[in-house]
Design a protein around this ligand. Structure first.
Ligand SMILES: O=c1ccn([C@@H]2O[C@H](COP(=O)(O)OP(=O)(O)O[C@H]3O[C@H](CO)[C@@H](O)[C@H](O)[C@H]3O)[C@@H](O)[C@H]2O)c(=O)[nH]1
Ligand SMILES: [Mn+2]
Length: 725
């Protein structure tokens, strides 16, 4: 091993074994296709064709997912080498935190994230933190002012005692063990300051206004004089901590720059959601600190490791390979997961397997949070020989007063600034897609750059996972719809990416871009075989037939493998089972709606929106979440679909049992319908929590009776209609 590189990349072990296994599955899939294509049944050619289409799709999709497992790469950094080599000329780093609504994203949550990134183990004079507030909330601004005072105590405390994590709330909640007397004393005083701050902010939140004294004390509030609403206000920019004024903490050490920005919002100008906020931040920061490296996080994604900047720099500053690297993506992980992840919210397999797989083919997607970018590349620079660039010397002009600077830079965050420019297209984050980050990352990779996936042992960022079924389905609708739109856009990985990025990476992107399309085959498969049970018509080979083998092999082997993969990724057995349920639910509701909405958009209906994910929930909802009881207490159309499908399968299974008892011929049913019974049976088993929520539970999270009734009606009419035909 050389001792020059700042990082190391290793291929996963056992690759050959996996490839053999995958090949055997592939053979099985082909045999299934052959069986379908050669064994049409007499009555029901159409249904049989449907089965063939579904299986062709599943097979095709399975092939796509292999790209995520073919070539896994794991990385390690050498931060000591980085320190030795670059201690005195580390690049400036600008950190963007985005928030959009003080009700959904309470100021305490936001400032905890801000404080956690201010406390990075990094020279403070090279660090600048920007909070973008798309609500333009004076409450959030007030909280940021509070945070800036608290930082003067919090940062020295973190550094003196090397604490982790550096989000105060997370730190105070974590069990810091028995502290020695000296630290305990500091702990008590910093905790008290935090509690006081929390109380003041809580009070302001309750009164929905900032105290008079704070208003008088800080001239920044004059920004709000002309404020009309969240959607109608001028640009507000305030440099809370200015690097030039040498603001110091209680130990006399420098503090990172801290900036509040609410870009201008006017009803007549579309604001492009988070992408618009990010682009305003890119411009504004270029005039204030202009750090060549940019980190962006969602407001709930606090830094859980003080070392992440140094980790990321090991890739950017590596003498040999660093110049090709456009961004370093860390996994998106969460701190509020329960043991068995009822909603599959951990994205476990994506983080532990799939992104390592994409890394093997040129780098992961950019997922919008926990990602370090090179500023010049994010702004549209192409890969050329000149890409090796000077990390120093990106200073910004001085000699202006803070007020002058603020006034000048504010113009960069106006509604009209981007008119007739390349912003949102060739520059900055791209507009017009609900997953602006993914499409931006893809286009960067298509310009020739690499990206890096870094998944360190100590989790780098932790956010909040959805805590109700409704929330997670809505979130996945946004994601799968966005990914589908990428497929249909001019930046499609197929038409645009092919030839520009590795073919394995094209497949990797397609796996996500085709997420939503899975709805058709899945819905078909979860209705038709069950309905045909009712009539006793077999859609699968008999147990005694040789064709029975490929079906059983592919289905069981794939599931055993996915089970093991889930366990290897750190999940529990029940967690895997829950994940299978979510797999079904997402495919039959979120994805279906994503496809429908995308279609409507294509023909010019439906306007795009961005439903911000909830970050706080009611006490009883939270309680049920912690008990891992599925939360159905709402009536979105998605629930009607889920529950109708569940009821259909229940009826079919019951119908079958009655038939078997009636006919008393268990043996022939088993011989002819074994696989079909298995499919229907598993669907019923996986829906147990839904039946429970519909028929037994009495708490507020149960399935509302309207939804139950509707779905019973749907199922009943479908089943009887079918039986009559
Ligand atoms: O108009 C908007 C809307 C959202 N946000 C911010 O964007 C972030 C992500 O929004 P959230 O509602 O939490 O969405 P998630 O589904 O949790 O976000 C994931 O998916 C998004 C794309 O759909 C990515 O942008 C995010 O980084 C990624 O964490 C939050 O910090 C918001 O404050 C804005 O700044 N302005
Ligand atoms: Mn989020």
């Amino acid at each position: 091993m050389d001792n020059i590189s700042l990082f190391e990349a290793k291929k996963a072990k056992g690759g050959l074994v996996y490839k053999l296994f995958a090949t055997s599955i592939f053979v099985g899939i082909i045999l299934i296709w052959v069986y379908r294509a050669t064994h049409f049944i007499e009555n029901g050619r159409l249904v049989w064709m449907g089965m063939l289409a579904a299986e062709l799709w599943f097979g095709f999709y399975w092939i796509l997912t292999q790209s995520h497992r073919w070539n896994l790469v794991y990385r390690r950094t050498f931060k000591d080498r980085l320190s030795l080599r670059y201690q005195n000329d580390l690049p400036g780093v600008d950190i963007f935190v985005c928030t959009a609504d003080p009700k959904i994203e309470p100021p305490m949550l936001v400032i905890n994230t801000v404080l956690s990134v201010m406390a990075y183990d990094y020279p403070p004079e090279k660090l600048a933190v920007y909070l973008s507030d798309d609500a333009g909330s004076d409450l959030t601004f007030y909280s940021l002012l509070e945070a800036s005072s608290f930082a003067k105590h919090w940062l020295p405390y973190c550094k003196k005692f090397g604490v982790e994590p550096r989000s105060p709330e997370a730190y105070f909640k974590s069990d810091s063990g028995q502290l020695e007397a000296y630290q305990a004393q500091h702990f008590a005083s910093v905790k008290k300051l935090y509690d006081d701050m929390e109380r003041r902010i809580g009070l302001a939140e309750k009164l929905e206004s900032v105290s008079k004294s704070a208003l008088l004390e800080h001239k920044g509030f004059s920004n709000w004089d002309s404020y009309k609403s969240q959607k109608d206000h001028g640009a507000m920019l305030h440099i809370v901590i200015d690097r030039d004024e040498e603001a110091t903490d209680i130990d006399g050490r420098r503090l990172p720059t801290l900036v509040y920005l609410a870009r201008e919002k006017r009803p007549q100008h579309f604001h492009n959601f988070k992408a618009g906020a990010m682009n305003a931040l890119i411009r504004v920061s270029s005039e204030i600190s202009n750090g060549p490296i940019i980190l962006n996080v969602d407001c709930d994604m606090y830094s859980n490791s003080s070392q992440s900047i140094r980790d990321a720099l090991c890739f950017f500053l590596d003498e040999e390979k660093g110049h090709e690297v456009a961004y370093v993506q860390f996994p998106q992980q969460f701190h509020n997961l329960t043991k068995n992840e009822l909603y599959g919210g951990s994205l476990r397999v994506i983080s532990e397997v799939e992104f390592h797989g994409m890394d093997g083919f040129g780098g992961p997607m950019y997922v919008g949070t926990g990602c370090f970018h090179r500023r010049d590349i994010l702004c549209g620079k192409k890969l050329t020989e000149a890409s090796r660039f000077e990390w120093k010397g990106m200073t910004v002009s001085k000699g202006e007063s803070r007020a002058e600077l603020e006034e000048r830079v504010k113009a960069l965050a106006s509604c009209t600034f981007e008119l007739n420019t390349q912003w949102g297209q060739e520059m900055g984050l791209k507009y017009g897609c609900p997953v602006e980050d993914v499409i931006t990352g893809l286009s960067i990779q298509c310009r020739g750059w690499k990206s890096i996936y870094f998944n360190p042992e100590r989790k780098a960022f932790l956010g909040i996972a959805a805590t109700t079924l409704d929330q997670i389905l809505v979130q996945h609708k946004r994601w799968s719809e966005g990914d589908l739109q990428i497929l249909l856009s001019e930046y499609s990985p197929i038409s645009y990416g092919l030839g520009k990025i590795n073919f394995g990476l094209v497949m990797g992107y397609c796996t996500y871009c085709f997420w939503s399309v899975n709805c058709f085959a899945t819905i078909y498969y979860s209705i038709i075989p069950s309905l045909y049970l009712l009539k006793g018509v077999s859609l699968f080979p008999q147990v005694s037939s040789l064709w029975f083998l490929p079906f059983t092999y592919v289905i069981t082997a794939e599931h055993i493998y996915s089970f093991l993969e889930y366990l290897w990724s750190g999940g529990t057995a029940l967690g895997w089972w829950n994940e299978q349920r979510m797999w079904l639910y997402k495919r039959t509701s979120s994805y279906l709606f994503a496809v429908i909405d995308s279609f409507l958009k294509l023909v010019g209906h439906s306007d795009s929106g961005f439903i911000i994910s909830a970050k706080v929930s009611d006490k009883d909802v939270l309680e049920r979440y912690e008990q891992e009881k599925m939360e159905f207490g709402a009536t979105p159309p998605m629930f009607t679909i889920l529950s109708s499908l569940a009821m259909i399968n229940l009826f079919c299974l019951i119908g079958l049992v009655i038939k078997v008892i009636w006919a008393g011929e268990v043996e022939s049913f088993h011989q002819n319908l074994a696989l079909q019974i298995a499919v229907c049976g598993v669907l019923v088993l996986i829906n147990l929590p839904l039946y429970n929520a519909a028929f037994i539970r009495t708490d507020k999270g149960r399935l509302p009776s309207v939804v139950t009734l509707k779905s019973l009606l749907v199922a009943l009419s479908l089943c009887s209609l079918y039986s009559l035909l």
